[in-house]
Design a protein around this ligand. Structure first.
Ligand SMILES: Nc1ncnc2c1ncn2[C@@H]1O[C@H](COP(=O)(O)OP(=O)(O)OP(=O)(O)O)[C@@H](O)[C@H]1O
Ligand SMILES: [Mg+2]
Length: 322
């Protein structure tokens, strides 16, 4: 039995997505999402981060009313899902794993048909809106091609175009750069930034840490169905200290001096010596290295990454390559 938690005092009433103890256990018994409390602030670009199988798509399906939670609640744009899906969904653009396409129709005709199925969409502006959306995702030149001849990346772009047919308050994108080449990934990232600067809240899932770091203001980290942490991307890494890194042709001497000066966990890799910095002025440490005859070519603190934060939080590696 899942207990009903008391109202959380820190719950943000203006949150665009808010879940409370949201849980999904699949029929086979798999606990895919475990008492998730998520709070996505308005105007954020929110990264939903986690390795394969951590429950991202399952959460998104519950948020979009595609599957019922086993227990707990989900609010999207202030309204209960799936109960209010008729009023909520027209305001939300969504791209969920494997967009459904008609292979025998062109990309453009798929979008025309998709828009026509939406009773709240204006038919007079339809073809113009479709053209703009195709342009935005870089599919204008391939718009007349049959969707079954699209590559994975092109299908993904078409799914994204469908989410962009109308102005939305919220975009929910499940692994939007899946299947895209590096250039395509850059295009999607700049599109996400552009949409966010228009005031759209963007919630996107990814298992690519550097992608989240580059584009998101906020992030939540999932592992095995559970929320590990959420907050500002800048804060997630800020709890960690950077590593002190010294580049030198005299790594043995450097390591000895650094240890004497209170540097711990000293690691020598070729001409690089790194360690956890001591609680003292690093300029002094640098001066002592030089005074000891160490030829210092580089000296500085390395900024911890979101990947460092993930590893520190979960005690696990992260499958960055996917
Ligand atoms: N329809 C289903 N029936 C049973 N189990 C499922 C179903 N869909 C997903 N699962 C299981 O639930 C867990 C979470 O899966 P989910 O697809 O939500 O993960 P994800 O974070 O989106 O992973 P990925 O990064 O691979 O897309 C996994 O263990 C998965 O095997
Ligand atoms: Mg998924």
């Amino acid at each position: 039995m899942d207990e009903l938690p008391a109202a959380r005092p820190d719950a943000d009433p203006g949150a665009v997505i808010a879940t409370r103890a949201l849980t999904k256990r699949y029929r086979g018994g798999q606990l895919a999402v475990d008492r998730l409390d998520l709070s996505v602030p308005a105007g954020s670009v929110f990264g939903f981060l986690g390795p394969n199988g951590s429950g991202k798509t399952t959460t998104i399906r519950m948020l979009m009313g595609l599957i019922e939670p086993t227990s707990g609640t989900a609010r999207v744009l202030g309204q209960h899902m799936p109960r209010a899906e008729r009023t909520v969904l027209p305001q939300v653009g969504a791209l969920i794993e494997g967009p459904a396409l008609y292979g025998f129709l062109s990309g453009r005709d798929n979008l025309l048909r998709y828009d026509a199925a939406d009773p709240s969409a204006d038919s007079r502006t339809r073809s113009a809106r479709v053209a703009v959306a195709l342009e935005r995702v870089g599919l204008a030149a391939a718009a007349g091609k049959k969707a079954k001849a699209y590559s994975l990346g092109m299908k993904q772009r078409l799914g994204l175009a469908a989410a962009l047919l109308r102005p939305r308050r919220l975009l929910v994108l499940d692994e939007p750069t899946n299947g895209l080449d590096p250039q395509g990934m850059r295009e999607i990232r700049s599109l996400v930034r552009e949409l966010a600067s228009d005031g759209t809240t963007v919630f996107l899932s990814s298992h690519l840490l550097d992608e989240i770091e580059q584009v998101c203001t906020h992030a939540a980290v999932m592992a095995k169905g559970r929320l590990i942490t959420q907050g500002l991307v800048a804060d997630l890494a800020a709890g960690l200290h950077g590593r002190l890194a010294v580049t030198t042709p005299d790594p043995g001497d450097a390591a000895r001096v650094l240890k004497e000066q209170g540097v711990t966990d000293v690691v020598v890799t070729g001409d690089r010596v790194t360690g956890d910095p001591p609680e003292r002025d690093l300029a002094e440490v640098n001066a002592l290295l030089v005074a000891a005859g160490v030829r210092v070519r580089g000296f500085g603190l390395e900024r911890p990454s979101l990947e460092d934060a993930f590893v520190a939080l979960t005690g696990e590696g992260f499958d960055v390559a996917g």
